[in-house]
Design a protein around this ligand. Structure first.
Ligand code: UGA
Length: 439
């Protein structure tokens, strides 16, 4: 919304939320999410044509286009628990709109939703017998965290799905007109509603599948002495495969990949396609395997026990340039190590201490967890260094691994879960160093 406001100064954009603290944060210098370049864009448009408010009803009445941009987490209880999307917030929005609006609206699903959610929104509105006209559009978001502002500035495509009727097409055109202020027309794709919803889930499933595929091969590399980076480079040069998203890692995290694949799995099961469901579930299972394999390797290497040993954890966010920890591989690795009795010394440049305790299901002050202010204090007295997020600050030209080695217990082990470091160089320093898929 900040990007739309920046690029379309004539369009007033109002972001509403029921949470006053959150709205207040959006009006401050300290935004609720860390995203490079976001504050600048917000500041450019804020109070010009970008507004933040808790007046949900007022905003619904005034707007011509309403974006539903709420959370759609995986259900934890009830039917479809563990795979289906929890659509209660989308549904609440639809009901709120139905109750409050009194003029024609275009309603846009921005949240990632399972196929045919637009239909549910429509049924809710019809159930309330609304007198005004509306169109429901699907406009999934393809930005990735950490690079959100670049992705929005120059998207590969903008996807808009709508009803294939005259009014549906007019609504699609209206929204396309907003993006056309800065996105070339040929990159604005229009489809029917279901194609648009399904494309979003499929895009994420394909991206995650690449990571699970390369991670599967990383295990074979470790067993055989092949080097995963060399394999990735060799296959990536095939134009049909392409070089991106082939970085072997401790496993993908984030709020999207696992959730969206599980959604796809649920849909396939629901529509009586168990073989298709099993195929995609494999991508998530491979990811679980990889996270588990990494923590097991730490334990094995540290002479089969980490009980009472201090392990320095560098990075807790699910990727660099974000303070988001949802589904971060670090959470799973840390939990495994805590169960084994390790003492963790955790440093992340952007994640708050309270968030780390919450994610690990522990109280602040827990005897097994220390949150450290920098890598060196984390490394002090540690037996091993586990690198879990690819922050630039952890690159060997930015961080002095010699100093870290000096303050650690010996032998000092390093587990590069992101293949960020030149392991030959790290070994020269004196570490016993292990990467993912490295001989
Ligand atoms: C992902 C998609 O990339 C976006 O296109 C999509 O819009 C978004 O989900 C969404 O559905 O909202 P995001 O989860 O923010 O974006 O971040 P990614 O860059 O895709 O990274 C996801 C995870 O995969 C991270 O943990 C990352 O470290 C890992 N990854 C990525 C690898 O392990 N290897 C790679 O080669 C690439």
């Amino acid at each position: 919304m900040a990007k739309i406001a920046q690029k379309c100064p004539d369009i007033p954009v109002t972001v509403v939320d029921v949470n006053p603290a959150r709205i207040e944060a959006w009006q401050s210098e300290d935004l609720p999410v860390y995203e490079p370049g976001l504050l600048e864009v917000v500041k450019e448009a804020r109070d010009r044509n970008l507004f933040f408010s808790t007046d949900v009803h007022g905003a619904i009445r005034e707007a011509d286009i309403l974006f539903i941009s709420v959370n759609t987490p995986t259900k934890t209880v009830g039917v479809g628990a563990g795979s289906a999307a929890d659509l209660q917030y989308v549904e609440k929005c639809a009901r709120e709109i139905a109750k409050v609006a009194d003029s024609d609206k275009i309603i846009v699903e921005k949240s990632t939703v399972p196929v045919r959610t637009a239909e549910s929104i429509r049924r809710i509105l019809d159930g309330y017998g609304v007198k005004w006209k509306y169109q429901v559009l699907s406009n999934p978001e393809f930005l990735a965290e950490g690079t959100a502002m670049e992705d929005l500035e120059d998207p590969d495509r903008v996807l808009i799905g709508g009803e294939e009727t005259g009014e549906g097409r007019a609504a699609v055109e209206a929204l396309a007109g907003v993006y056309a202020n800065w996105v070339p027309r040929e990159r604005i794709l229009t489809t029917n509603l279901w194609s648009s919803e399904l494309s979003k889930l499929t895009a994420n499933a394909f991206l995650a599948q690449r990571i699970s595929s390369i991670n599967a091969i990383s295990a074979l590399c470790e067993a055989t002495g092949a080097d995963i980076d060399q394999v990735a480079k060799s296959i990536g040069l095939d134009a049909r495969i392409g070089p991106k998203f082939l970085r072997a890692s401790v496993g993908f995290g984030g709020s999207c990949f696992q959730k969206d694949i599980l959604n796809l799995v649920y849909l396939c099961e629901y529509f009586g396609l168990p073989d298709v469901a099993r195929y995609w579930r494999g991508v998530v299972e491979m990811n679980d395997y990889q996270k588990n394999r990494y923590s097991r390797r730490i334990v094995d290497t540290l002479f089969n026990t980490v009980a009472g040993k201090r392990i320095a954890v560098l990075g807790f966010a699910f990727k660099k340039d974000t303070n988001d920890t949802r589904e971060s591989a670090a959470i799973y690795v840390c939990r495994d190590l805590l169960i084994e009795g390790a003492e963790l010394a955790i440093f992340d440049p952007k994640v708050e201490a309270e968030q780390i305790y919450r994610d690990l299901g522990r109280e602040p002050g827990d005897a097994q967890i220390r949150i450290e202010p920098d890598p060196e204090s984390a490394a002090t007295g540690a037996h091993a260094l586990a690198l879990l997020t690819e922050w630039d600050a952890f690159r060997s030209d930015q961080l002095d691994y010699r100093r870290l080695h000096a303050v650690m217990e010996k032998p000092a082990f390093l587990f590069d879960g992101r293949n960020l470091l030149d392991l030959a160089e790290i070994r020269r320093i004196g570490f016993e160093a292990h990467g993912i898929g490295k001989p």
